[in-house]
Design a protein around this ligand. Structure first.
Ligand code: AGP
Length: 608
């Protein structure tokens, strides 16, 4: 996620901004920048692509004794990583840094003909909008920001300065955190308190819909409707590591717990449950191109592959007549397989840099097949080489084990499938249940996290003695079992493997003994009863089974059952995968493993 810092006081702004941005590096970014104002209001804007060290090098050649400034580390959402897209963005006399996404930036941009746009970002549009109110001299900077924010739709955490008045910084937030550090003769701004540690212990956490005008010795907070707010000064956490993990013990747990928000970002501006529509701008395929698709190949590695398998099951349910082929990239790249004429390839990758996946992309493009990226890292190699794409927008996934990206990859692919089905004339009565459930998924995930995290932690203790695990499921629960087994093996180093329930009799049943525990993914549905008989087969052989289910009537004598109460039927397996994530996390912690950097693994496998 992007990072924001700001400083106004008597010390050197450039040095606070650079050190503050370094504190925020852990959040992941692809470019950075600062803007400072001299006492007379002369602005110095310095930006750089890549690491903060690149920015630091430029600042060293452009030292200023300015005492007011703002800074930003950018995790690209609109516009690829580059110096021109880096923040702060300038419009007239103002400079702006922004975290979040302005959904209606294109519509706003249409009305800002006087501004010569230099970047591809939504942020520059917001800067120009603020300036359109400020430049007429009839509004204070704070008022101009208020007028602009009333027109902007989406999420923001912003800091704004103007050459006309170096003695103030305006900050505002809606959906993206902002903290105001209360110093002694100085005021500090940050998107998270880690940048304030060592400078002050007292801070005001701005709330959604609030705006503040800060000077070096005053902080005035109001609502966007100009109602004064008596903001509470709180003591900040001084443990840097704790702040950077959002207060969680590990990035992995933070990323599991933030899935309601990260999935909401994936859906933002793309799904309209009220009207039953899904709109994806990125793939850039016409209705006729979508209608012509007869074969979908879905390429990925590891979790990205399992996301493709699961999404493929769902897309097949509502798009009759097309064939779907999820493939493991490292296998597919060497196969002499030729894709039929009306094929389309979905290229799935969180990092957008996985070597095998990238190699497949290039092979498939040689066959003249269109490629659509399902990627998280904006501007990554895969994102730049596909013909079109849908970013999943989950923010940096720092832990090696992929969790929030998996959930959003599956749903992004299902949303793509829905746009394809809509183009093929599939009735809305068939698609509506999927759309309705997708819209509810963030809330349902939150309920599972709130309701089952403690139970999973408790049952994990009983399974730490095992070295082998079997994950089982039928239909959509089978790829869910695959992903659950990968999470377990990846971070707990336990030999966990997934099998289709129906395969048990063809071999895996021979494994069942006291060395193994079993996890059964058991969603309600047309195959539930069949799966129940498979559970009984395992129990009859002394299985040590944990069941994840949304069927309240489940009552077989398994060792542990985690029941989730959810309105969802179709996407219940996504919720059960959350349980698998928590199970694997707790097992890894119990084993004392390095949860975020498991042995032998890397976050992005950029070599074969
Ligand atoms: C998943 O937890 C692993 N980290 C790994 O399987 C990963 O999904 C795989 O390497 C693909 O990475 P990508 O999504 O960045 O391409």
């Amino acid at each position: 996620m992007c990072g924001i810092v700001g400083y106004i006081g008597d010390k050197n702004a450039q040095s606070f901004l650079i050190s503050g941005l370094k504190r925020l590096e852990y959040r992941g970014y692809d470019s950075a920048g600062i803007a400072t104002l001299s006492e007379k209001g002369k602005a110095t804007l310095i930006r750089a692509k890549g690491k903060i060290a690149n920015l630091e090098e430029k600042v060293a050649k452009n030292k200023r004794s300015d005492t007011t400034g703002i800074g930003h580390t950018r995790w690209a959402t609109h516009g690829e990583p580059s110096e021109k897209n880096a923040h702060p963005h300038k419009a007239g006399s103002i400079y702006l840094v922004h975290n979040g996404i302005i959904e209606n930036y294109k519509a706003i941009k249409e009305h800002l003909k006087d501004h010569e746009f230099k970047s591809d970002t939504d942020t520059e549009v917001l800067a120009a909008l603020i300036n359109s109110f400020y430049s007429d001299g009839k509004h204070s900077l704070a008022d101009a920001v208020v007028q602009a924010l009333k027109l902007a739709k989406g999420t923001y955490g912003i800091a704004v300065i103007s050459e006309n008045n170096p003695d103030e910084i305006i900050v505002a937030r809606s959906g993206s955190p902002l903290v105001i550090g209360v110093g002694n003769g100085e005021t500090l701004i940050a998107s998270d308190a880690s940048a304030l540690v060592g400078h002050t212990k007292n801070a005001i956490y701005l709330k959604d819909g609030e705006i503040a005008r800060v000077t070096k010795d005053s902080i005035e907070v109001k609502t966007l409707n100009s109602e004064p707010v008596s903001a509470k000064v709180e003591e900040i956490e001084t443990n840097l590591a704790a702040i950077q993990k959002g207060g969680y013990d590990h990035f992995l747990l933070k990323e599991i717990m933030e899935q309601p928000d990260s999935l909401a970002e994936t859906l933002r501006g793309r799904i309209d449950a009220k009207n039953g529509t899904v709109t994806l701008g990125g793939p850039g395929l016409s209705e006729s191109e979508l209608r012509r698709i007869s074969h979908l190949v879905i390429v990925g590695c590891g979790t990205a592959y399992y996301a493709g398998v699961l999404a493929g099951y769902y897309i097949e349910q509502f798009t009759p007549g097309i064939t779907i082929e999820p493939v493991i990239a490292s296998e597919y790249r060497y196969k002499q397989s030729y894709l039929p004429e009306n094929s389309l390839a979905l290229i799935v990758s969180q990092s957008g840099e996985t070597a095998d996946t990238l190699a497949c992309l290039r092979e498939i493009k040689k066959q003249g097949i269109k490629t659509i990226g399902i990627v998280n890292a904006i501007g990554s190699t895969i994102a730049r080489e596909v013909d079109g794409g849908t970013y999943v927008h989950v923010g940096p996934e720092i832990s090696v084990a992929s969790t929030k990206a998996f959930t959003s990859q599956v749903i992004a692919m299902v949303m793509f499938g829905i746009t394809m089905a809509q183009a093929k004339g599939v009735k809305n009565t068939i698609l509506r249940p999927y759309i309705n459930e997708i819209a509810k998924l963030p809330t349902e995930i939150k309920k599972v996290l709130d309701g089952s995290a403690d139970q999973i932690k408790k049952i994990t203790k009983k399974y730490t003695k095992y070295e082998h695990g079997i994950y089982l499921g039928r239909d959509v629960a089978y790829p869910t079992a695959m992903e659950g087994a990968l999470k377990m093996k990846e971070i707990s180093y336990l030999d966990a493997n997934a099998y289709a329930f129906g395969e048990l009799k063809h071999g895996p049943l021979a494994l069942v003994d006291d060395r193994f525990f079993e996890v059964a993914i058991l969603p309600k549905g047309h195959l539930y009863d069949k799966a129940i008989s498979n559970v009984q087969e395992v129990l009859a052989r002394g299985g040590h089974m944990v069941v994840f289910t949304n069927e309240d009537s489940f009552d077989l004598p398994v060792e542990n059952v985690v029941k989730i109460t959810t309105q969802l039927e179709i996407f219940a397996p996504i919720l059960m995968n959350i349980l698998s994530q928590l199970f694997a996390y707790n097992m890894a912690v119990a084993k004392g493993n390095n949860v975020d950097q498991p042995r032998n693994l890397a976050k992005s496998v950029t070599v074969e």
